[in-house]
Write a protein that binds this ligand. Structure first.
Ligand SMILES: *Cc1c(COP(=O)(O)O)cnc(C)c1O
Length: 333
C-alpha cells in the first residue's frame, strides 16, 4: 500500500487542487438536477465474502453514469460569455452524453468531437440531447488539435473528461451521498480510468470517513495509474485492450494523479473475465445492468485479496451503458 501520509509534491500542485469544500459546493449545484442514486445491498454477496457491501448505483444516474455530475458542475459555473459560446468535449463515451445533457439543461450549445467509427447508438444519444457531433478519422487525425481549433474558432470552452477541478469535485458527490447514508465504511472500491471519479471520491471519503481505506480499480491491461504510483510520476501506456471501454486511458492527469498519490490506499487490477463474472452477478442477483467498466470495483472486492471479512464495504458502480447485444454476447462467451 502507498503511504497516504506522504504527499510527493505538496508545494508544486496543492494550490491548484480541488478540496472537499469544492465537492460540497458541487453537491448544492447538483441538488434537484442529478439523481440521488440508490444504495443497494445483496445478502448473497455478503454471505460469499463474509462482509457487508453497500452498492452506490451510478448506473441509475442521468445518462446512465456518474459523469453527469462532473459535467454539470463544470458547465453550471461558466461565465455568461462562456455560456454564449457553449461547451466542447472530445469523447465517444459517457462524458460526451454528460456534457450534451448538461449543456441542454443549462441552455447552451454543445459540440462533441467523436471518431467517425463510434457506435451509432452513442452518436444518436448525444445528438438526442441537442449536441452537435463532429466526427474525425481516428487513424489520420489528431482529435485534440481538432478540438482546440474548433474551440478557438467558435469561442467554446473545452471540458476534459477527468483532469479538471470542477469535474473532479462533481464526481466526488456520489461518494459524499454514499457516506451520508453509510458513514462507517471500512473500505471503498472505486472504478478507475483517468482518475476523476477516484480523486473526487478520495476528497469526500477523507473528509467524511477518514478511517475508510479507498481502493482504485483498473483493468489489468490498462494499469497506468498503478504504474505511475510505483514510478512516482505519471507513466503513459499504449491504449489498452480491455472490455472496460471507460477505462482505456493511457495516463492519469496531473491533477487527478496528485490527489490519488497523496490519498489513495491502494490501486488494484482485475481482468476481463473477472469483469464479466461481476456483470453476471449484477444481472442475475441484483437485477441491474452494469457496463464492463462499472464492474471493476466489485470484481476487485471479490478477487483482490483484500481482507474484507467482518468489514463494511462501499462499492461504486460507475455506469450501466452497454448495448444489449454486446451485453448478452459478453455474458454468453
Ligand atoms: C469514465 C468512466 C469511468 C472512469 O472514470 P475516470 O474519472 O476517468 O477515472 C469509469 N466508469 C464509467 C462507467 C465511466 O464512464
Amino acid at each position: 500500500m502507498t503511504d497516504a501520509a506522504a504527499p510527493a509534491h505538496p508545494a508544486a500542485t496543492s494550490a491548484a487542487l480541488p478540496t472537499f469544500e469544492d465537492v460540497r459546493a458541487a453537491a448544492s449545484r447538483l441538488k434537484g438536477v442529478a439523481h440521488r442514486t440508490p444504495v443497494l445491498g445483496s445478502r448473497t454477496i455478503d454471505e460469499q465474502l463474509g462482509a457487508r457491501l453497500f452498492f452506490k448505483c451510478e448506473n441509475l444516474q442521468r445518462i446512465g453514469a456518474f459523469k453527469f455530475r462532473g459535467a454539470y458542475n463544470a458547465l453550471s459555473q461558466f461565465t455568461p460569455e462562456q455560456r454564449k459560446g457553449g461547451a466542447l468535449a472530445f469523447s465517444s463515451g459517457n462524458h460526451a452524453q454528460a456534457v450534451a445533457l448538461a449543456a441542454q439543461l443549462l441552455d447552451m450549445p454543445a459540440l462533441i468531437v467523436m471518431p467517425e467509427d463510434a457506435p451509432a447508438s452513442k452518436m444518436a444519444a448525444t445528438r438526442g440531447y441537442g449536441a452537435q457531433v463532429v466526427t474525425y478519422d481516428r487513424f489520420t487525425e489528431d482529435r485534440e488539435a481538432i478540438a482546440r481549433k474548433l474551440a478557438a474558432e467558435r469561442g467554446m470552452t473545452l471540458i476534459p473528461p477527468y483532469n479538471h477541478r470542477d469535474v473532479i469535485a462533481g464526481q466526488g458527490t456520489a461518494v459524499m451521498e454514499l457516506l451520508e447514508e453509510v458513514p462507517d465504511l471500512d473500505y471503498l472500491f472505486v472504478c478507475l480510468g483517468g482518475g476523476g471519479l477516484l480523486s473526487g471520491s478520495l476528497l469526500a471519503a477523507n473528509a467524511l470517513a477518514p478511517q475508510c481505506k479507498v481502493i482504485g480499480v483498473e483493468p489489468e491491461a490498462g494499469n497506468d495509474v498503478q504504474q505511475s504510483l510505483r514510478a512516482g510520476h505519471i507513466v503513459k501506456i499504449d491504449t489498452p485492450r480491455t472490455i472496460a471501454d471507460g477505462a482505456q486511458t493511457q495516463a492519469p492527469g496531473d491533477i487527478t494523479f496528485a490527489i490519488i498519490q497523496q490519498r489513495v490506499s491502494d490501486v488494484l487490477t482485475v481482468n476481463d473475465e473477472q469483469l464479466v463474472e461481476a456483470m453476471r452477478f449484477y444481472a442475475e442477483r441484483m437485477k441491474i445492468v452494469v457496463e464492463p467498466t462499472g464492474a471493476l470495483s466489485l470484481a476487485a472486492a471479490i478477487h483482490g485479496n483484500v481482507p474484507l471479512a467482518g468489514k463494511r464495504v462501499g462499492i461504486v458502480i460507475s455506469g450501466g451503458n452497454v448495448d444489449l447485444q454486446r451485453f448478452s454476447q459478453l455474458l454468453s462467451d
